[in-house]
Design a protein around this ligand. Structure first.
Ligand code: OFO
Length: 175
C-alpha cells in the first residue's frame, strides 16, 4: 500500500541548537528517573516526607523535559525520545542523597548556561529567550536543594531524622 508523506517544512531551528535541545531532553529524563529512584529509597526507609518531596521533583523534571519536547515540536523539528540508563540506586543515607541532588542541579544549571551561550553565538535569540525560563527555574531549584542540606545539618542527623523528613516535605508545600 502506498504511504503518503508530509513534506518537511523549513524551520529556523539550526541543527546545532536542535542537537543541544535533544541532549538536554535526555538530561531532564535522567534527572527525573534519578529523583524517582531517590524517592523509592526514601519510602523504603520510612522517610515518607522525603519520598514525596523527591516524587514531586521527579514529576517536575519530566515537565521540564516535555517543555523542551513541545518547543522542538512547535518549531517543526524532530524531538528525540530519550533512552534512560545508569540510574543510581545504591544510596548510602539521606544526606548523601541530598548532596547528590544539589550536585545534579548545579550540573544542569551549567548546561543551561552553556546552551544559552551557544544560542547567543549562533544568533538564535528565540531559543535563548526560551532557555531563560530554565535559568530562573534552576536558581530556585538550587536554592531548594541547598536548603535541604542545611535543614539536615542544622537538625543534626540521626536524632532528628523524623523532623528532618517533615521539614523537607514541607518545602514543596510552598510551591
Ligand atoms: Fe532542575 O533540572 Fe530540570 O531543568
Amino acid at each position: 500500500m502506498k504511504t503518503t508523506s508530509v513534506l518537511r517544512q523549513k524551520t529556523s531551528l539550526q541543527d546545532s541548537v536542535l542537537d543541544i535541545l535533544n541532549k538536554q531532553m535526555a538530561v531532564e529524563a535522567h534527572s527525573s528517573a534519578t529523583y524517582l529512584s531517590m524517592s523509592a529509597w526514601c519510602y523504603s526507609q520510612g522517610l515518607r516526607g522525603c519520598g514525596e518531596f523527591f516524587r514531586k521533583q521527579a514529576a517536575e523534571e519530566r515537565e521540564h523535559m516535555m517543555k523542551i519536547f513541545n518547543y522542538i515540536a512547535d518549531s517543526g523539528a524532530l524531538a528525540i525520545s530519550p533512552e534512560i540508563s545508569k540510574v543510581e540506586r545504591g544510596f548510602e543515607d539521606l544526606r548523601s542523597i541530598l548532596v547528590m541532588a544539589l550536585d545534579q542541579e548545579i550540573m544542569i544549571t551549567e548546561n543551561f548556561n552553556k546552551m544559552s551561550e551557544h544560542c547567543q553565538k549562533v544568533r538564535d535569540y528565540q531559543t535563548a529567550r526560551f532557555l531563560q525560563w530554565y535559568l530562573d527555574e534552576q536558581f530556585e531549584e538550587e536554592q531548594q536543594a541547598r536548603r535541604c542540606i542545611e535543614i539536615f545539618d542544622l537538625m543534626n542527623a540521626k536524632d532528628a531524622l523524623f523532623d528532618i523528613d517533615r521539614e523537607i516535605h514541607d518545602l514543596k508545600k510552598k510551591d
